[in-house]
Every structure is written in structure tokens, then in C-alpha cells.
Design a protein around this ligand. Structure first.
Ligand SMILES: [Zn+2]
Length: 156
């Protein structure tokens, strides 16, 4: 565990998400559907100095082990994030975000005339990953390349 991560108080069991771009921790929580009243205890550390990226955010979620699938969703906003799974106060597993070929039900097509916006025929939201760095997505249905700024506002 790096010195930077020691800033986060040790937890007994859970997940520590590291290398989140500074200022995006709340979006990450939203993407992981960690919010509000029914959540496990969550701690945020924001704007931690990072040797690699200047500054970063760290999230600690108690008593929940994030899966690889959940982590991969984060490639939209935190492609360099990594997760340490903590069991009994020590790191039991480490995982990093892996780019997928397709993202299903992560984000909604930004074009309002796309078939995915028609309520009559609900479709899964499918985005083809056409580039990883920088991330570029194309809608499986209308074939249009997404504007990434709007995509972040269209997270499901
Ligand atoms: Zn579309």
C-alpha cells in the first residue's frame, strides 16, 4: 500500500478505490450506485497529492467488495482507478479497471432521436468502445460517436 493510501484510515473489510481523478469521486459513487440512505459506510478523500497524476481522489467502502464488472464501468471517468479488496485489515486482492469491448447499461446514447430513447421498445443501452485512450464510445444502435462530456451526464 502506498503512503498516499495510508491517508485513508484502515478498514477491517471492504474496498479502497485509488487513483480516481481529482474531483470525480462523487461521480464514481454514482456509477457504483453507492448513494444515500441504504449505503454501507463510505469515506471520501479528495485532492490527495499523487506522484503520477498531480492529484487524485480515494474512496473507501466498508463491508462491500467491488467486483471486476463494477470496476470496469468506471473506465468512463476513472480509467486508471484500482481497487484493493481489504479483508481483516490487509489487502487480499488488487484489481484495476480493464477496458471492455462493449459497455452495456452504463450510459445512455446522447442523441435524442436514437431508438434507445423510445419507451415503446426498451433496449439495453449498448456502447461499443472504439478507443480506450482517450475513451471513445459509439452507440450500437444509431452508430454515432458519443460526445464524452455529455456521456458523463448520461450515466445510467
Ligand atoms: Zn444511439
Amino acid at each position: 500500500m502506498s503512503d498516499e493510501m495510508r491517508r485513508v484510515t484502515a478498514i477491517c473489510n471492504g474496498s479502497v478505490i485509488d487513483h480516481i481523478p481529482a474531483g470525480t469521486a462523487l461521480k464514481v459513487l454514482r456509477m457504483l450506485r453507492i448513494s444515500g440512505k441504504r449505503s454501507n459506510p463510505v469515506s471520501l478523500v479528495m485532492n490527495v497529492p499523487s506522484s503520477k497524476y498531480g492529484a487524485k481522489d480515494i474512496i473507501k467502502v466498508e463491508d462491500r467488495e467491488l467486483t471486476q464488472d463494477e470496476l470496469d464501468r468506471l473506465s468512463i471517468i476513472a480509467p486508471h482507478a484500482s481497487v484493493a479488496i481489504i479483508r481483516n485489515y490487509s489487502v487480499a486482492e488488487k484489481r484495476s479497471v480493464e477496458a471492455q469491448e462493449e459497455m452495456i447499461n452504463v450510459t445512455r446514447c446522447t442523441f435524442s432521436n436514437c431508438i434507445t430513447h423510445a419507451d415503446r421498445e426498451p433496449q439495453p443501452h449498448r456502447m461499443v468502445v472504439i478507443s480506450v485512450e482517450p475513451l471513445q464510445l459509439r452507440c450500437h444502435y444509431c452508430g454515432r460517436t458519443q460526445d464524452m462530456d455529455s456521456t458523463i451526464d448520461n450515466l445510467l
